[in-house]
Design a binder for this molecule. Sequence first.
Ligand SMILES: *Cc1c(COP(=O)(O)O)cnc(C)c1O
Length: 335
Amino acid sequence: MNNIIDLRSDTVTKPSKKMRDIIKNANVGDDVYGEDPSVIELENKITKMAKKEAAVFVPSGTQSNLLALLSHCQRGDEYICGQEAHIFKYEAGGGAVVGSIQPQPIEFEKDASLDLQKVKSKIKPIDNHHARTKLLCLENTHNGKVLDLKYLEKASKFAKENNLLLHLDGARVFNAVVDLDINLSDITKYFDSVSICLSKGLGAPVGSVLTGSKEFIKEARHYRKMLGGGLRQSGLLASAGLYALENNIKDLKKDHKLAKKLTKSLKKIDEIKIVSNDTNMLFIEVKDSEKLVNYLREKNILISGYGKLRIVLHRDISKKDIEKVIEVFKSYYAK
Ligand SMILES: *Cc1c(COP(=O)(O)O)cnc(C)c1O
């Protein structure tokens, strides 16, 4: 499997030798008793970086988002989010199934924002007919697209004016952070809660963190236990996340650069339509996409999608790999 160039997702990154050494030597305890020093260190680190009051380490981004829904909303409440948002479309309907929380999705704008006028029109009046609109969820990055800080400021003001809580699915928030060359807190300050994946571009094997107020995280811990996410010596995993936060954030820049390089080359091929290229992601459209995907696979290159194809850069992909990918694309269209 070693010479496979896997561009399906940044979740495929494997822990480096150094990270494995860190894991091997991690200090651990029982985290359900609150006694795992590595988990505590990770939670403290994110809390500080996000300038929030508290954080909780969780097995996945999906659980982290679900904890946010459960902790912010009661049964019969409603959250507004993007139609293609992960929290709505790709998390098995957890908010509705587990929390009896109704989703109200609306179309994303081209820049991955939610039009606040459209959001406003979906907020239900308070009367017996309606679910209670409680929460607004944004996603940053979404399909690699970075939300503008001015927009976040507006969204935050809007949420306050309309008595909504504001959650960020920041699975890839650090891609936004390096793209804008800012600090995490420059984004997190606009939100009541933020979920962050450690297991994508940052390169940790497992884990996400959810951050917010003390009270909110206390709730989230309760629901984490309920969902079976209370892990014991999870410092083995948290230590990898901690290592990733200390060492791997800046490397995301390299991923963005390589995505640009690839985009530039693919643009020169007439048969390829570049749909978008933002941060570490690239979406393309071609005729007969299945044929192209199969050809690439024969050449040990994996990409994902049907119709619109997705190519994702990550830390296990080198400049040399991308040069090979460009050659293979060229050879396919030279046939
Ligand atoms: C991957 C992802 C998640 C969920 O993360 P998992 O750890 O795979 O459960 C949530 N939101 C977004 C935007 C994601 O890309």
